[in-house]
Design a protein around this ligand. Structure first.
Ligand SMILES: Nc1ncnc2c1ncn2[C@@H]1O[C@H](COP(=O)(O)OP(=O)(O)O)[C@@H](O)[C@H]1O
Ligand SMILES: [Mg+2]
Length: 319
């Protein structure tokens, strides 16, 4: 570990070689390439020596040969977000950004993450885990509900089963299904979509995501004009603070590091109580200048470049 990365003197950018990891072979490969490219550009602008690596199965050998001072993890999804790459970086003793092995693995598994959230009082929507064949045969929960992979992101392979739907989604039986043999079936929470983020030990502001699409799906997330971000989220100060409190609690409960983002649903009954549930925590949130976390960091006074540089300064092993 370098002195700087372990909390010593600030890094001298020109003397610091950062390997930016991107791509990989998860369903989120394309998004990761965009994240990694944006972060590599920001680091170059800050004067760092940068090598971009399109991650494949030779990543351990490649890193051992390259011997960078720090690895910036720009991966999303399987391998890059689930503790696997973090384990390789621990073995090679290369300080890295974002969360460590255990927190990454836990956050990636929505079933186990929700169990931990519940244990510290973070409200979640009820769910069950079942074989995809069983889920496709007949409703295993009264609609409306959501079928989603246990360990995937970017809304890939998510199906909303509406009230009155005659059948469960049959797409999960497709031969080229990549969402896992077991899937999560979760109660649909109507209403609004909120998200907040943690940077180090500070919680950032809260964003409301608004989309005209059926839900915050892949297109809403990444297509031009697919969604609108309202910051600060126009909700009551009570809800606003609760989202921030729960975001920090979720980050700490899973033992996360660096930057994370936590997604919520808010259901407001007219004249009644509102229900706020946590959907998931992302240990590798999207990192382009127009992504949710960089927007929130900007409100806290960090430009995109400053945020990415902060992440590099914060890198370490044993996270
Ligand atoms: N239980 C739910 N009720 C309502 N909408 C949901 C629910 N689960 C997921 N969604 C919708 O699907 C999107 C993606 O779900 P999420 O659980 O965050 O998975 P991902 O890891 O793919 O982002 C959410 O942002 C939300 O719009
Ligand atoms: Mg999400």
């Amino acid at each position: 570990m370098t002195a700087a990365a372990s909390g010593g003197a600030p890094l001298h950018a020109a003397d610091t070689h950062v390997a930016v990891l991107g791509g990989g072979w998860s369903n989120e490969r394309e998004i990761s390439l965009v994240t990694a490219n944006a972060c590599a550009g920001a680091l170059r602008d800050r004067g760092y020596r940068v090598t971009e690596i399109d991650v494949d199965r030779s990543i351990a050998a490649r890193l051992a040969e390259l011997e960078p001072d720090i690895a910036f993890n720009g991966l999303h999804g399987t391998v890059g977000e689930d503790g696997t790459v973090q384990g390789i970086l621990e073995v090679l003793q290369i300080p890295y950004t974002h969360s460590g092995v255990l927190a990454s693995a836990l956050a990636m598994d929505k079933h186990r993450a929700k169990a931990i959230f519940e244990s510290v009082g973070i409200p979640v929507a009820e769910h069950l885990i079942a074989d995809r064949w069983e889920v496709a045969r007949e409703h295993v929960m009264a609609p409306p509900y959501v079928v989603k992979p246990i360990a995937e992101g970017s809304s890939v392979n998510i199906f909303i089963v509406k009230q009155g739907a005659a059948h469960p989604p049959q797409e999960i039986l497709r031969e080229d299904w990549t969402g896992g043999e077991e899937v999560m079936v979760e109660r649909f929470v109507p209403g609004r979509e909120l998200t907040s983020a943690v940077m180090g030990d500070k919680v950032l502001e809260v964003t409301e995501i608004v989309t005209d699409l059926p839900f915050y799906n892949y297109e809403a997330k990444y297509a031009e004009g697919g969604s609108k971000h309202l910051i600060p989220a126009p909700v009551s100060s009570n809800i606003y603070q609760r989202v921030q409190t729960l975001t920090l609690l979720a980050h700490r409960a899973l033992g996360c590091r660096g930057v994370t983002r936590t997604d919520f649903r808010l259901h407001e009954e007219p004249g009644g109580e509102s229900e706020l549930v946590c959907l998931e925590l992302n240990t590798q949130p999207g990192m382009t200048p127009t992504s949710l976390v960089p927007e929130l960091a900007a409100l806290a006074g960090y430009s995109f470049e400053e945020l990415v540089a902060w992440m590099v300064e914060d890198a370490s092993c044993n996270r």
